[in-house]
Design a protein around this ligand. Structure first.
Ligand SMILES: Nc1nc2c(c(=O)[nH]1)N[C@H]1C(S)=C(S)[C@@H](COP(=O)(O)O)O[C@H]1N2
Ligand SMILES: [Mo]
Length: 253
């Protein structure tokens, strides 16, 4: 499994460059597997790839000159626009669900916590990649502060933006990861990109980085985190906006 993953990444890396990013082949668009097959793949990946394996990190010289913004890039939701207008001074990330101590935290408080910076490659399901530098708070730190309850299995991320391109039912973007990814060393809530505050196009004021999965697993414009034991009753019930529209829940690279 490990060798297959490296080969695939090697192949992705070999694709032709386009602007600041790489254009890559992808067979994942619109891909849906039988649920049983999906579960088995996830199980095998988890078994053979040690949970703490790190995604590759790059040197500063590898950072893409242009990082393609994708999906929502300028949310028009009233709550979000009000936050942008006062430069996120009133922003509070809410942390709740199956935790002992729900809390809210401001951007200044987040910036005061121990941070991690990493330069990684972002692979979109649409077939492009960009390398960027991300700085933020390990998700683990917030979960430890909240103290997850024993029945906790996933972290659900709520966003401010509504997806409304006319083709699908308008819905708020959301995503989720399991606890293996939630506690992974490279899983951070990023407030800076390439050394500057996270731009609106890339998810200001806070977005998730979960480096061993595809781009759609990294929600931008985070409003809250909810620790849950199942996705039942949350929107389409499949753990994410794109999952509710047919994408795999586990989008490992
Ligand atoms: N809230 C929100 N998060 C999102 C999206 C979105 O539309 N809304 N798009 C996803 C997809 S498909 C990708 S590839 C990345 C794009 O991140 P970028 O704009 O920083 O390139 O964000 C992901 N997170
Ligand atoms: Mo994407």
């Amino acid at each position: 499994m490990r060798r297959i993953a490296i080969d695939r990444r090697g192949f992705l890396l070999g694709a032709l460059a386009l602007g600041g990013c790489s254009r890559v082949a992808s067979s994942r668009v619109g891909q849906t597997s039988l649920q049983a097959g999906e579960d088995a793949t996830h199980f095998v990946q988890r078994l053979l790839l040690r949970p703490q394996n790190l995604a590759r990190e790059y040197s500063a010289s590898a950072v893409s000159a242009i990082f393609k913004p994708n999906g929502s890039t300028d949310p028009q939701d009233a709550t979000y626009k009000a936050l942008v207008a006062d430069q996120f001074a009133a922003y509070r990330l809410k942390v709740g669900g199956l935790v002992e101590h729900p809390f809210e935290i401001s951007l200044d408080e987040l910036r005061a916590l121990p941070a991690r910076t990493q330069i990684t490659r972002h692979d979109c399901v649409e077939g492009w990649s960009c390398i960027g530098q991300w700085t933020g708070v390990p998700l683990r730190a917030l979960l430890e502060r909240a103290q997850i309850k024993p029945q906790a299995r996933y972290v659900v991320f709520r966003c401010f933006d509504t997806m409304d391109d006319g083709s699908l039912t308008p819905a708020r973007y959301y995503e989720s990861v399991d606890l293996v990814d939630a506690f992974h060393a490279q899983t951070i809530l990023a407030y800076a990109m390439n050394g500057a505050p996270l731009p609106v196009a890339h998810g200001a004021p806070l977005r998730l980085r979960v480096e061993r999965q595809l781009g759609y697993k990294m929600p931008k414009y985070l409003s809250s985190l909810e620790v849950v034991d199942s996705f039942a009753g949350i929107d389409g019930g499949r753990g994410g906006y794109w999952e509710d529209n047919g994408y795999d829940w586990y989008a490992g690279l």
